[in-house]
Design a protein around this ligand. Structure first.
Ligand code: PLP
Length: 398
């Protein structure tokens, strides 16, 4: 912990400082880590834990993952140079933003392997699943993952809800709401855990983009997963998901966190989701409010308007994901309760949308000047499980 959350890694003593946007409203900055997105908050800790525990056991680990942007770079920057760990990260060739590609492919560390797959993100994910399902291969090559249902990642994220609360309040009887730009329900699930631990959270505001599976659920009690073909490509791409991995954890708590809830959750996620989704009973859905959850959705036009408005009124540039959070936050503010909007990335990662909204380039932290010009390390492979397996077998060490 002490080695992870430092000024050197996260840029300030506060680690997740608040940026006020007028009375009762502030951003909580989670995006000042090495890759400028909130996934650093958990992944940096995971890197330290892996190195420590692998050394203690005298073991090594090969991390296999698929990314469309933020997760992969966060994993690579957390694991780079760590003893005993190698990373094999699949990404869809030519589909990440130029900045994201530069961020990942410019890493010089020998333990980082970028595999650009000739296909889309779903192809990458399918290959990771196929490799992980080959148990013999997995064991022989000591393969592990760091995906968003990793419990250590979730635990690390719980902490900044407390940090936000303590910065925003002066007494313990105040309540604070959090608006969370959501995709896989990982970030906001950590907020739910913080609330269950007793943190006086008033509302947890789930903000989605046009991929509004979660918004639909929190408005209606219906969870309708979409196919890959119905997943929109949006200007807040890290929220472009059609099935929320961590959502099952919340539903289990909602249904009572006991044996009955386990059986019902097993039916809903083990059987019904494969058939397209489920609908809660009115009584079950009625409990959602008691857990503090509300929701809303935001569109491309909303993002552009919110980025412009925030720039004009406060002189603050926000990224498109944070804009989704802020847009929906406004719909759920209550007098007397501070609303914190989690800032999940810095604008430089999504320059095209900032240009569209503001007509200029976003600011770039000095440490990242010119990364597009650095030499790139990346292996182009066909969307073929056998090709990926053979690359891993040849590069995963003794
Ligand atoms: C991953 C990500 C999200 C979504 O977070 P979840 O935990 O998947 O809900 C939102 N914004 C940014 C910038 C991200 O990288």
């Amino acid at each position: 912990m002490r080695r992870t959350y430092t000024r050197e890694v996260f840029g300030s003593e506060a680690i997740t400082p608040l940026k006020p946007l007028g009375p009762g409203l502030a951003l909580q900055a989670l995006s000042n880590g090495p890759t400028l997105a909130f996934k650093d908050m958990a992944m940096q800790l995971l890197g330290q834990l892996f190195e420590y525990e692998l050394a203690r056991r005298g073991e090594t680990l090969n991390i296999l993952g698929a990314t469309s942007g933020d997760t992969g770079s966060a994993a690579e920057y957390a694991m780079r140079g760590k003893k005993g760990v190698r990373v094999f990260m699949l990404s869809p060739h030519g589909r990440m933003s130029p900045f994201q590609q530069a961020q990942m492919f410019s890493l010089p560390d020998a333990n980082i392997h970028n595999l650009a797959i000739d296909g889309v993100f779903d192809d990458c994910q399918d290959i990771v699943k196929a490799v992980s399902n080959d148990l013999e291969f997995k064991r022989r090559h000591r393969i592990g993952t760091v995906n968003s249902i990793n419990w250590a990642r979730l635990l690390a994220q719980v902490v900044y809800y407390f940090a936000g609360y303590f910065q925003a309040t002066t007494t313990d009887d105040e309540r604070v709401s959090f608006a969370v730009p959501s995709g896989n329900f990982g970030n906001v699930c950590a907020g739910h855990v913080a609330r269950m631990m007793g943190l006086p959270i008033d509302r947890l505001v789930v903000a989605t983009n046009e991929n509004d599976v979660l918004d639909e659920f929190f408005r209606t009690g219906r969870y309708r997963v979409r196919g890959a073909a119905d997943t929109h490509e949006t200007s807040s791409p890290s929220m472009d998901i059609s099935k929320a991995s961590n959502f099952e954890r919340f539903v289990f708590d909602l249904l009572g966190h006991d044996e009955g809830a386990a059986a019902r959750t097993g039916q809903l996620f083990g059987v019904d989701v494969a058939r397209g989704g489920f609908e809660l009973t009115a009584e079950e859905f009625g409990r959602v409010r008691g857990f503090g959850f509300v929701s809303g959705r935001s569109t491309h036009a909303d993002r552009i308007a919110t980025i412009r408005d925030t720039q004009q009124r406060f002189g603050v540039t926000i990224d498109p994901h944070t804009a989704d959070g802020l847009k929906v936050a406004h719909e759920h503010r209550r007098p007397g309760t501070t609303m914190l909007v989690l800032e999940t990335a810095l604008p430089i990662k999504f320059a095209a949308t900032i240009r569209e909204a503001l007509g200029r380039e976003p600011e770039r932290p000095a440490s990242l000047a010119g990364i597009e010009d650095l030499p790139r390390r990346c292996k182009l492979l066909a969307a073929d499980t056998a090709a990926v397996k053979s690359y891993i077998a040849n590069h995963c060490g003794p």
